[in-house]
Design a protein around this ligand. Structure first.
Ligand code: KG4
Ligand code: ZN
Length: 411
């Protein structure tokens, strides 16, 4: 049934080479060094890591402020901001690390998936950089990087289940190796972060005194703390479809209809804050959490039925920008506790896009000798790039029914 046998690596790969390198702190025994560069969406990030995952230097320029003002990411604006910042961001990460480009073992850069114009800036810069300094190049899949970040922080062995939820993606996959994933489910329309951002915009949360600088997801989480999630009853999506795919567009439509209705009732124009904004935020967050939890629950049962996870200490890793939401984490904890899985979430700063996760993915590939290219090879970016072997049809065919689990969270 599966493309290849499930292989359980019980230990992390050992360091292969240790050599002397010089940093600003003098000479030190260190492992191979990787520069990571991220520009797939709206963050320009760079970091230098050693082979053990120590962050020697990093720099991140977020475009969030600009995109909040323009009401969403405009690709040409994102491209221009990456163009203006990439040189400085990479330079700053290198300076903070005290590492000279000649001491880098490789440069790893996100080349897929993402916004074409944004990916193009990172790739063009990186190809010039590796040619100038004659360094190997490692093209990185952005979702692979999100999935592997956890291994920089905890000794998590393959295979593990991973839920990636961000502004651009939602997917469930079994991570079997650095470049070996089984895709169990993905979003059929929009990603949960995108939905939260759009609902926040429709609610004009930028005008809320506590939310003006927050992303949509952060604003909804904050307001939901003082809201009554039961006041609005949004239907959890895809209740009749027994697979692990996600859909958020219908939910967003339901929420928009409710907002419009409440505006009429309160006699206010679109663009004015509703009095029930906290309750809408709470109900939205709860429904998104319930949908994510149910699909994850089915993925766990599918993995168990097919022996895809180790019997001892099976792990669910949750990452991506939306994974920093504490309510969603609690909903997932209910599922992992009821199914005997261990839940791991990287801290928020590693859940959102950054150069560190790309450098770490480079380290993982370097250790395994996978996908390391000579600097002169031309690489192309890919705006769309599925992760791993598509198992969604098998998951749907299994039609696993979920036992009822009460997701009761006091927020
Ligand atoms: O991973 P990320 O930094 O960028 C990509 O989309 O790849 O994720 C950004 C997304 C945004 O949609 C933002 O609203 C959402 O993550 N987000 C959150 C929270 N913090 C960020 N969503 C829910 N709760 C949060 N606390
Ligand atoms: Zn991301």
């Amino acid at each position: 049934m599966f493309p290849s046998k499930v292989k359980i690596l019980q230990r992390l790969p050992q360091l292969r080479h240790t050599f002397w390198c010089s940093t600003s702190f003098g000479k030190a025994a260190c492992s191979r060094l990787v520069l990571g560069i991220e520009t797939s969406c709206d963050d320009t990030g760079a970091a230098v890591l050693d082979e053990r995952g120590a962050i020697l230097g990093e720099s991140l320029h977020s475009q969030k402020e600009v995109h909040l003002r323009t009401g969403g990411i405009i690709p040409t604006v994102a491209q221009q901001l990456h163009r203006e910042n990439i040189e400085h961001v990479v330079q700053e990460a290198l300076e903070r690390s005290g590492v000279d480009p000649s001491h880098l073992s490789a440069v790893a850069t996100t080349v897929k998936p993402g916004l074409a114009l944004s990916l193009g800036i990172g790739l063009e810069f990186s190809q010039r950089f590796v040619r100038q300094h004659n360094r190997p190049f490692i093209p990185i899949h952005h979702m692979e990087a999100h999935a592997l970040t956890v291994r920089m922080l905890h000794p998590v062995a393959f295979p593990f289940l991973v839920l990636l939820i961000s502004g651009g993606h939602s997917l469930l996959a079994v991570a079997r190796g650095v470049d070996d994933f089984l895709l169990l489910g993905h979003s059929l329309d929009e990603a949960p972060g995108d939905t939260l951002d759009k609902v926040a915009r429709r609610l004009s949360l930028r005008k809320h005194p506590q939310c003006s600088t927050l992303s949509g997801g952060q604003a909804i989480e904050l307001l939901a703390k003082n809201g009554d999630k039961k006041r609005f009853n949004f239907r959890t999506p895809m209740g009749q479809t027994p697979d692990c795919c996600f859909s958020f567009a219908g939910l967003r439509n339901d929420i928009t209809i409710t907002i419009t209705k409440k505006e009429k009732e309160e006699g206010i124009e679109q663009g004015t804050l509703l009095s029930c904004v906290n309750d809408i935020a709470a109900a939205t967050q709860h429904t998104v959490a319930a949908h994510l939890a149910k699909r994850t629950h089915r993925a766990i049962l599918f993995c168990k039925a097919n022996g895809l996870l180790p019997s001892s200490s099976p792990t669910l890793v949750v990452s991506g920008g939306v994974a920093s939401n504490q309510y969603i984490r609690k909903a997932l904890t209910v599922i992992t506790e009821s199914t005997g899985l261990h839940l791991l979430c990287p801290p928020a700063k590693f859940c959102t896009d950054n150069g560190v996760m790309i450098a770490w993915n480079g380290v993982e590939r370097l250790r395994e000798g996978k996908g390391i290219l000579s600097p002169n090879i031309d690489v192309h970016y890919e705006p769309k790039a599925p992760l791993g072997v598509d198992m969604t049809a098998e998951v749907r065919a299994a039609a696993i029914r979920l036992p009822s689990v009460r997701i009761k969270i006091s927020s």
